[in-house]
Design a binder for this molecule. Structure first.
Ligand code: PEP
Ligand code: MN
Length: 354
């Protein structure tokens, strides 16, 4: 039977990064099952490794192991699929929950091949975000599976972070606004956080998982292994079943709303204050752009270039100084100032070209 994601919150998926041996799968999954906190198992059978020569998955040999686990525990197993053949082989072994990895979601050819292979089958699907923060690519993958007849309640969106050039504290940087954008396109689709692949280590799993819960995601996708340090893939980020249980117990799941009159009236009041301030901000932006345009006209009349760097640097340093005194983060303020500057330049460019 496929799995109806929408029925439970929080929805917890856990299991090893890779199925390595029958014993490892059994020991991990039975220990996880005994916590009573797992709704779905995960186990990679085919592993998309960036570098050749790494452990690339046990392959079909592992399918009977997970098939048996599923039968004995009654907990469905999800496996990653990247080709039509994977879909067929997993399906033949009673696997009805599959996931599309980040390296596959980026490829419309691969996604279409999977969608065609799933057409007419009873499959639930977890679609991970693509490697790069591109909403259209993620959305495109969802559309291809919906068009192949997988119903929305059998699709879950998994935020696993985005690859990034340069050093960051995460293996894949979380970009919550991309996930929230997808949530606005598919408000009823279940959203999960793959904290393991975001973090790449055990250290930040709690913090990232709690952020996901705070942002009202519906559940977690966590890698667990009976002996994480000896795992053949992603050893640094996997948890023992007992650490997994501690993590899950530590997460506070917040509700979308509260049924409480006092809360509702306070929120209502603050929301009307915010609406008023937003209206004032819009008016201020409008007035600022009008003045930019006036300056642009004067520059044009006098043959002066759009950009005078010293003037802009002065605005930035003055604003950042004020922002600091007001407790506004320099990062936020820099983004706002840059957006204003880009728009001002656009306005003046238009005037120069008139
Ligand atoms: C995985 O879940 O094991 C995996 C390969 O993940 P991702 O596609 O997010 O890298
Ligand atoms: Mn992994």
């Amino acid at each position: 039977m496929s799995f109806n994601f929408a029925k439970k919150r929080p929805l917890i998926v856990s299991g090893p990064c890779s199925a390595e041996s029958k014993e490892q799968v059994e020991a991990t999954c039975y220990a996880l099952a005994s916590t009573g906190k797992v709704d779905l198992f995960r186990a990679g059978i085919w592993k998309p490794r960036t570098q050749p020569g790494c452990f690339e998955g046990i392959g079909v040999k592992g399918l009977p192991w997970v098939q048996e686990i599923q039968k004995k525990t009654g907990i469905p197993v999800a496996v990653e699929v990247a080709t039509a053949k994977h879909v067929e082989q997993a399906y033949q072994h009673d696997i009805r929950v599959m996931w599309v990895g980040a390296r596959t979601t980026v490829s419309p050819f691969a996604v279409q091949e999977l969608a065609d292979a799933m057409r007419g089958k009873d499959i639930s699907l977890l679609i991970k975000n693509p490697m790069n923060p591109d909403v259209a690519l993620w959305d495109g993958a969802v559309k291809r599976f919906l068009a192949a007849g997988i119903p929305a309640e059998k699709i879950a969106l998994v935020h696993r972070g985005f690859s990034y050039f340069g050093h960051t504290k995460y293996r894949n940087v979380p970009m919550w606004h991309i996930l929230l954008h997808m949530k606005s396109l598919y408000p009823n689709m279940v959203t999960l956080c793959d904290s393991s692949h975001i973090c790449g280590c055990r250290e930040y799993l709690q913090e990232i998982s709690q952020t996901a819960a705070d942002l009202c995601l519906d559940g977690l996708f966590i890698e667990s292994h009976i002996s994480p340090d000896t795992a053949l893939s992603d050893a640094n980020q996997q948890l023992t079943p007992s650490d997994f249980e501690t993590l899950i117990d530590s997460i506070i799941w917040r509700k979308e709303n509260a049924d409480n009159e006092e809360y509702n009236s306070i929120i209502e009041l603050h929301r009307s204050e915010i609406d008023q301030i937003d209206a004032e901000l819009l008016d201020l932006f409008h007035r600022r752009m009008q003045i930019s345009e006036k300056i642009g006209r004067e520059k044009k009349k006098n043959g002066v270039a759009i950009l005078q760097s010293p003037r802009w640097e002065k605005i930035v340093s003055r604003s950042l100084y004020q922002a600091q005194k007001l407790g506004l983060s320099p990062d936020f303020m820099t983004k706002v100032l840059e957006a204003i500057h880009v728009e001002s330049i656009e306005k003046q460019k238009k005037i120069m070209n008139e």
